[in-house]
Design a protein around this ligand. Structure first.
Ligand code: T46
Length: 135
């Protein structure tokens, strides 16, 4: 089974342009209460981000402009995909290692998060992650 779980956000565009609405709740696209929203932009060209997993946090990442390459790793397999659409969110479950590479200059990566920021929720060492996820 693929590590990639996609959430579709329909474009509500009309002749004036495009719009996407993000809603949470029953039968809505976001399967958790959003406690935090952040966005990553102006990423150094050639730079990579991530290299961690979260113990509890679930997130949806949406590339609202430009593109970047996302790598997910569940401790057994590793897969990669491009985030390049403002209407496609990638659901990243807890205990999944993520890396982001090859950011385009115009990339804006919007992230919806199920929890407030907590450094104690991060696992930043890949060997620790492998041990914890496989135990
Ligand atoms: C993730 C990927 C997709 C805060 O103070 N508050 C916040 O809400 C966040 C997200 C970060 N920070 C601080 C912590 C670090 O000192 O901002 C700095 C950069 O964070 P980090 O190195 O974790 O950034 P990324 O791009 O490697 O990872 C981020 C998220 O942290 C992470 O949860 O899944 O984006």
């Amino acid at each position: 089974m693929s590590l990639f779980k996609w959430v579709e956000f329909p474009s509500l565009g009309d002749e004036r342009g495009s719009m996407v609405a993000v809603e949470m709740g029953q039968n809505k696209a976001v399967p958790f209460d959003i406690k935090r929203v952040y966005y990553i932009y102006n990423t150094e060209q050639g730079g990579s981000r991530g290299y961690h997993a979260h113990k509890q946090l679930k997130q949806i990442a949406i590339c609202v402009a430009g593109k970047c390459r996302m790598v997910l790793d569940d401790g057994t397999s590793r897969e990669e995909t491009w985030l390049d659409s403002p209407t496609k969110g990638l659901l990243i479950e807890n205990m999944v290692w993520r890396e982001m590479h090859d950011f385009s200059e115009d990339c804006v990566l919007l992230v919806l998060a199920s929890e407030h920021y907590d450094e104690a929720d991060y696992i930043r060492d890949h060997e620790d992650f492998r041990q914890q996820v496989n135990q």
